[in-house]
Ligand binder design. Structure first.
Ligand SMILES: C[S@@+](CC[C@H](N)C(=O)[O-])C[C@H]1O[C@@H](n2cnc3c(N)ncnc32)[C@H](O)[C@@H]1O
Length: 193
């Protein structure tokens, strides 16, 4: 088993969520076809997404934000074991209060799902003019498509917030929003000119 397979196996064992394989293929295609080089990731987990994207091309630089210190330490060690520390800068911070020092071609929102709207509004000003924002888990494992009596109160509240965000953003007339039925549901957003 190579290093990256070991990282993915440990993430699965520790129940650390990460993007689905078809979601990863889509991101890889988008990043390569649009020649994207500067990326901000909100929610690092164990670093699987950022490692996958950084491996595409040496010119790709990613800043990745992770709230939990324990996860950030494991992600940092994973990034080092893949020799990608020159391409991925990990910040152990709360994305809701962090202020970026630059603008990005691509912003990947994969942090607290109930805060998608707050994160989107906070980070949109840091998107380069022709950049993209991608939001993951819009289907939330199918939970956003149906309301069931056995959904807990917390789950219902999160599902409502994800659905409210989707409805809101699809009605923003100054944005292009594509609802991609890929992986766990992705929303791809860019500015209209
Ligand atoms: C779905 S995981 C990220 C997976 C990663 N993007 C991947 O695909 O490999 C979401 C991560 O967001 C982190 N997170 C939650 N709230 C956050 C916040 N306010 N700021 C930064 N990270 C946060 C969680 O600790 C968790 O590790």
């Amino acid at each position: 088993m190579n290093n990256f397979d070991q990282i993915k196996t440990k993430a699965t064992l520790d129940k650390i969520p990460s993007m689905t394989q078809d979601g990863l293929f889509y991101c890889e295609h988008l990043i390569l076809s649009q020649e994207i080089t500067s990326i901000l990731e909100i929610g690092t987990g164990y670093g699987i997404w950022s490692i996958s994207m950084a491996q595409l091309n040496k010119d790709i630089h990613i800043t990745s934000l992770e709230l939990l210190e324990k996860r950030a330490k494991i992600a940092q060690s994973n990034i080092q074991s893949m020799s990608l520390q020159d391409q991925i800068t990990l910040e152990n911070v709360d994305a809701l209060s962090y202020t970026p020092s630059k603008h990005y071609d691509f912003i990947f929102i994969d942090g607290p799902k109930s805060q998608n709207k707050a994160l989107f509004l906070k980070y949109l000003p840091f998107l380069n003019p022709n950049g993209y924002i991608l939001v993951d888990n819009i289907d939330f494992h199918g939970e956003t498509k149906t309301e069931r009596s056995d959904q807990s109160r917390d789950l219902k509240q999160m599902v409502r917030k994800i659905n409210d965000f989707k409805t809101w953003i699809l009605n923003e007339s100054d944005l292009n929003v594509i609802d991609l039925e890929i992986g766990d549901g992705l929303l791809l957003i860019s500015r209209k000119y």
